[in-house]
Design a protein. Structure first.
Lengths: 110, 114
């Protein structure tokens, strides 16, 4: 059974304090890993897709990396507007179904 | 494009009532799905569809029905609401070609069953 585990569950940072979120996965043949951002009361917003170990993608202060067992979402010099829950997911089953982790709730204090 | 739209945004039901959550997308996506999100449990797949006329069960299908008569619409029906179905429901859609796909989510419906 495919499993996705995210850590930490919650993270509080001061503005400008860089850190990383972890997403570890167990799947039978990785077919990609997705990162989403979710603001309170809204649907998940797509951030990145990574397909192979060693791949990296960046968007503003966020950089996602992928190894054979886990993915990291690095946040450099975060701002309060980066506060959100960050979700990772892997395709499973027919490859169009997503298995999600429980998310990391990030709070960036001014 | 409006993307993925869901109605209603909020709904309160009594135990035993039935209702339909609406989902529509205007991106001509083949694949559509319904998830529920509960605290500490992440998003769990309820039902999905790979095209008009084709639906299948996800991880937590009991108590829910779906149909897909058009590419654009994918309604979720609660047959007899139970308090355990209190949750936030998200609809998502994506292209279904090859392995490179991304699922786009709607804004959600917050359902409370009393």
């Amino acid at each position: 059974e495919d499993q996705v585990t995210q850590s930490p569950e919650a993270l509080r940072l001061q503005e400008g304090e860089s850190s990383s979120l972890n997403c570890s996965y167990t799947v039978s043949g990785l077919r990609g890993l997705f990162w989403y951002r979710q603001d309170p009361g809204k649907g998940p917003e797509f951030l990145f897709t990574l397909y192979s170990a060693g791949e990296e993608k960046e968007k503003e202060r966020l950089k996602a990396t992928l190894t054979k067992k886990e993915s990291f979402l690095h946040i450099t010099a975060p701002k309060p507007e980066d506060s959100a829950t960050y979700l990772c997911a892997v395709p499973s089953g027919s490859a169009r179904q997503l298995t999600f982790g429980s998310g990391t709730q990030l709070t960036v204090l001014p | 494009n409006a993307g993925v739209t869901q109605t209603p945004k909020f709904q309160v039901l009594k135990t035993g009532q039935s209702m339909t959550l609406q989902c529509a997308q205007d991106m001509n996506h083949e694949y559509m799905s319904w998830y529920r999100q509960d605290p500490g449990m992440g998003l769990r797949l309820i039902h999905y569809s790979v095209g008009a006329g084709i639906t299948d069960q996800g991880e937590v299908p009991n108590g829910y029905n779906v149909s897909r008569s058009t590419t654009e619409d994918f309604p979720l029906r609660l047959l007899s609401a139970a308090p355990s179905q209190t949750s936030v429901y998200f609809c998502a859609s994506s292209y279904g070609r090859g392995q490179k796909y991304t699922q786009y989510f709607g804004p959600g419906t917050r359902l409370t069953v009393l």
